[in-house]
Design a protein around this ligand. Structure first.
Ligand SMILES: O=C(O)CCC(=O)C(=O)O
Ligand SMILES: [Fe+2]
Length: 219
């Protein structure tokens, strides 16, 4: 049930605790259809209403290393801000998860950034990790899916590999409300070519690496 005063999504202690326990025991957590329904629907509507020109071709790397490489990924992205209601509710929910995980696991998560992603027919994201050991300030990756009907023939699954040696992985279908959280440095993953329009949100919880030379987060 949504908060009657603000319309904000409800806090979900059982879900948050399950995510914390899965992260402790295996480093990742998958919950089909677990995002609060009203929030899923609001985000889905927003993803459909966003004009195509708000989406930019996704790049690889950050800052000066930011390059576009269509050989590696072909999705289009739109960063989420609190300028609109759906964005506010999403960021509130993610902030509550951040607070819970910090209390429960002492992760020191400091900020969260996320974007909508649209994979058109034929689009993919080849196997990669979201953070590299050493310079990593992306600690936790979170993806949620915004596709009310996703058929097996549409492909477009996320494949999550347990380590660099794993070439089997496990497939996750991108259906509405499914939440995937994993340690950004640990789990190579890829998005198989989608045969239909595929909408999602990808986000990262980060630790603070601010210094006099570098203000966080760079955008
Ligand atoms: O959409 C997905 O299933 C994963 C996307 C992803 O790996 C990324 O944006 O880094
Ligand atoms: Fe990724």
């Amino acid at each position: 049930m949504a908060d009657i005063h603000t319309g904000a999504p409800p806090v979900q202690p059982h879900l948050f605790e399950a995510i914390a326990q899965n992260l402790l025991s295996q480093g990742y957590s998958v919950h089909p259809g677990a995002l609060p329904q009203a929030l899923s629907e609001q985000l889905y509507r927003h993803s459909q209403e966003l004009p195509q020109q708000q989406f930019d071709p996704a790049g690889i790397g950050r800052d000066t290393q930011h390059t576009r490489s269509e050989a590696i990924r072909k999705d289009q992205i739109c960063w989420i801000t609190d300028d609109w209601e759906a964005g506010r509710h999403w960021l509130t929910w993610a902030g509550e998860l951040q607070t819970y995980l910090n209390r429960r696991l002492f992760l020191g998560l400091f900020s969260f950034e996320s974007h909508f992603a649209h994979y058109g027919p034929g689009d993919f994201y080849k196997r990669h990790v979201d953070a590299f050991r050493g310079d990593a300030n992306r600690i936790l990756s979170m993806v949620v899916y915004l596709n009310p009907e996703w058929r097996p023939e549409y492909g477009g699954e996320l494949v999550l590999y347990s380590d660099d040696q794993d070439d089997q992985g496990q497939k996750i279908t991108p259906t509405l409300g499914t939440i995937v959280v994993f340690l950004s440095e640990e789990f190579p993953h890829e998005v198989l070519p989608a045969q239909n329009d595929r909408y999602s949100i990808a986000g990262w919880f980060r630790v603070n690496t601010s210094s006099a030379l570098r203000t966080d987060p760079p955008r």
